[in-house]
Design a protein around this ligand. Structure first.
Ligand code: GLU
Length: 485
């Protein structure tokens, strides 16, 4: 029996997404939010959103508005958090200082922490020296060794200090990880760490851990880059005599060369993907299936919730981000979207590009979208795909000749201009062209791309009969005429 089911029967599953409001929701964040969401939904648990806004250097998105909006866009709804409230409110760390102070007092009382008076410059000098001596940079416990009198003297002259947690380096920190199994770290490789900053604020390691305990979080899924923070937090849990959560240190998302995805790479942020016309369904779908195995790869969130196997998580510590695969999934998703819905999502993009779109009849627009739907890889592809409808192509004969260098252009022109009346019948257009081309000894594979080019400006695209229907014969005829003209 797996850990998940054991725990589930005893206490409700509680997971959380705890981003810092940096203003950028990147792929790693989205995947973390997604996995927590999927786990909560699959196990009938609670998904909490907590905004970790105590570090002014990472606080660029007031109140986490962008994060909240992005989660909503992705359809990853949380059960407790900002604007929703919940039994462990507030869900902004900036409003929880009193709780941190209270918990710090517990640690002061049980002597797990001590005052550290070392200045940033002193610490940096020691760190540099250790690096030069090829020693691992660690706090040397200067202030742990201070006598009571020395401490009193420093306090008497108001020497600034921080609270530092003392770890017993003879011990080990052990915890369970869904991907890596039982993990054990010798604390001899770790050093006493700060819980507060000089300005009195609390560090990430401390506030994050206090909140997880207070909010009864029993599964912590976060990026692999947090593993060493977890070691420190495990000793904090012990000092609070609190039950450890089960962790999943999720693989870091890398590019195809195996390097950590950088801000400059396309698709790093959700904004990139949204602006490029990716659907939330496709992004969730892609980020769920990478690193896992599914028989059918195109899945809705509900299907992923039902099928995701949290009992069999790979131990890989990186996964590769493949934009081409994401594009393929997006293409499949666009193809299966209801046409009304697709039109709704394309409208803002179309409005930006075709000013006269407001005058178009809704059904015509629906037909137009239906015509190009399976050609779209991203929503933005709709712009070139329907351009033929809004803008009459201007094409020179040499452009046409270039697509079929051996086609008898003059002959084709003549057949078309002589048969315009006949061709009016868009339903039978293909049949008529086939017969006329055959009679004139012209290959259909030469003729069709040319006709499409005249009508749309591109040799590839939707079915010609449908192009004529949507343009209306008058417009189609005018396009033929302007070419012969
Ligand atoms: N605020 C942390 C971050 O954004 C949270 C890490 C965690 O999930 O514990 O990386």
């Amino acid at each position: 029996m797996s850990e998940i089911r054991n725990i589930q029967t005893n206490e409700p599953i509680r997971v959380r997404f705890a981003p810092s409001p940096t203003g950028i929701m990147h792929l790693g964040n989205i995947r973390t939010a997604l996995m927590n969401f999927l786990f909560a939904r699959q196990k009938n648990g609670i998904f909490v959103l907590r905004i970790e806004d105590t570090d002014p250097q990472r606080d660029f998105d007031p109140e986490g508005r962008q994060i909240i909006q992005d989660l909503e866009w992705l359809g990853l709804s949380y059960d407790e958090g900002p604007h929703k409230g919940g039994p462990y409110a507030p869900y902004y760390q900036s409003q929880r200082s009193a709780i941190y102070q209270e918990q710090l007092n517990v640690l002061i009382k049980n002597k797990s922490v001590y005052r550290c008076f070392c200045t940033t410059t002193e610490l940096e000098t020691k760190r540099q020296r250790q690096i030069t001596l090829k020693q691992p940079p660690r706090y040397d416990q200067t202030c742990y060794k201070l006598s009571k009198e020395a401490i009193a003297d420093k306090l008497a002259i108001d020497t600034p200090f921080i609270w530092r947690f003392h770890i017993d380096q003879n011990k080990k920190a052990e915890f369970k990880d869904l991907g890596h199994g039982n993990m054990s770290f010798d604390l001899v490789n770790f050093s006493d760490f700060p819980l507060t900053r000089q300005d009195g604020s609390f560090t990430f390691i401390f506030a994050n851990c206090v909140d997880d305990i207070a909010m009864k979080i029993n599964y912590v899924f976060r990026g692999d880059d947090h593993t060493s923070n977890t070691v420190n937090q495990v000793v904090l849990y012990q000092a609070f005599n609190a039950k450890l959560p089960i962790y999943w240190h999720m693989p870091i998302i890398c590019n195809l060369e195996g390097k950590k995805l950088s801000k400059r790479e396309f698709g790093f942020s959700l904004r990139d993907l949204r602006e490029a016309g990716f659907l939330s369904e496709a992004i969730n779908n892609y980020l769920s299936i990478i690193g896992a195995s599914f028989e059918n790869e195109i899945l809705t969130l509900d299907e992923i919730i039902a099928q995701y196997n949290f009992d069999n998580i790979s131990s890989a510590n990186q996964i590769k981000y493949d934009v081409e695969k994401l594009r393929w999934i997006n293409h499949k998703w666009i193809g299966q979207l209801d046409t009304q819905e697709l039109l709704k999502r394309c409208m803002p993009i179309l409005e930006k590009n075709y000013s006269d779109i407001a005058q178009q009849d809704h059904n015509t627009l629906l037909n137009l979208i239906a015509l190009v739907q399976t050609d779209l890889v991203t929503l933005n592809d709709v712009v070139p795909a329907v351009r033929f409808y809004f803008i009459k192509p201007v094409i020179a004969s040499d452009q046409i000749q270039a697509i079929k260098p051996n086609a008898p252009l003059e002959k084709i022109s003549k057949i078309l201009s002589n048969n315009l009346e006949l061709l009016k019948d868009s339903e039978n257009f293909l049949k008529i062209v086939t017969v006329t081309a055959k009679e004139a000894g012209i290959k259909l594979s030469d003729m069709m791309p040319i006709i499409r080019m005249i009508l749309t400006g591109s040799p590839q695209g939707p079915h010609i009969g449908q192009i004529i229907t949507i343009l209306g014969w008058q417009e189609a005829e005018a396009r033929f005429q302007s070419y012969f003209g």
